[in-house]
Design a protein around this ligand. Structure first.
Ligand SMILES: [Zn+2]
Length: 238
């Protein structure tokens, strides 16, 4: 049994799927799993073009299934910003510790995020202090990731885009014109490998505006394990 991955575009969506080949199968089967995995079971001698065509044909159904699972997937409960609850930073869980201090600050120590506020800590103050810290960290970390990921694009003759960090509800990043890359501030909660995936994806749009085969060829060439990183991101932050 061998495994391969593929991608088809459906409207503005990208459907990533995994193919498993079975010597005992005679027909193609598509499954959508609650963890948002799309699995195609295929006979060993099945032609790749037949698989792509089948996934394309079933894309409306796959998309509907994925949307349903996304709606029902257990999300992290709303944060209360009190001591003891966990918060994510670069893919790691940190336990929040609220304390009083001379200045508002956030420190990381041995798996803890220690938030100090001047007056007796109210959850709203803790939230504001923590959000400010997340934004600062996001700007710094995303800037470093962008500089590192831009190197192959510099060699290809592109100009380094400016960076903006925003809170966005529906997307991880975007590239407007070729001068500005906007990243979702929430990404600071994801592992660095996932942030790199979003940045490289957006940078590939410097060369190809749409998600056509050329776009994916470039992405695949620059980041062969991008599907794994994308899945991880969805697993951590969806
Ligand atoms: Zn894109």
């Amino acid at each position: 049994m061998s495994i391969s991955n593929g991608v088809v575009a459906f409207g503005r969506e990208t459907i990533c799927y995994e193919v498993q080949f079975f010597t005992t199968r005679r027909t193609l089967g598509i499954e959508v799993h609650p963890n948002l995995r799309v699995l195609v079971r295929a006979p060993t001698d099945c032609d790749p073009s037949v698989i792509v065509a089948k996934v394309q044909q079933r894309a409306p159904w796959i998309s509907k299934q994925l949307a349903a699972f996304q709606r029902f997937s257990p999300r992290t409960p709303p944060r209360q910003f009190v001591s003891g609850e966990t918060h994510l930073y670069l893919g790691r869980q940190y336990r929040l510790k609220v304390s009083e201090g001379a200045v508002s600050s956030v420190k990381m120590r041995r798996g803890q995020l220690i938030v100090s506020t001047r007056s007796k800590a109210q959850p709203e103050q803790v939230k504001a202090t923590l959000q400010r810290w997340y934004r600062q960290r996001a700007r710094e970390v995303f800037g470093e990731v962008l500089d590192a990921c831009f190197k192959p694009f510099a060699q290809r003759g592109h100009t380094h885009p400016r960076l903006a960090v925003k809170s966005m509800h529906t997307r991880w990043g975007s590239l407007s014109s070729s001068e500005l890359i906007t990243l979702n501030g929430n990404l600071i909660r994801a592992p660095k490998g996932c942030i790199e995936y979003v940045v490289v994806h957006e940078l590939c749009h410097l060369e190809h505006k749409n998600h056509g085969p050329k776009f994916y060829r470039l992405l695949e060439q620059l980041m062969p394990d991008w599907v794994k990183r994308k899945r991880k991101l969805e697993e951590v932050l969806l």
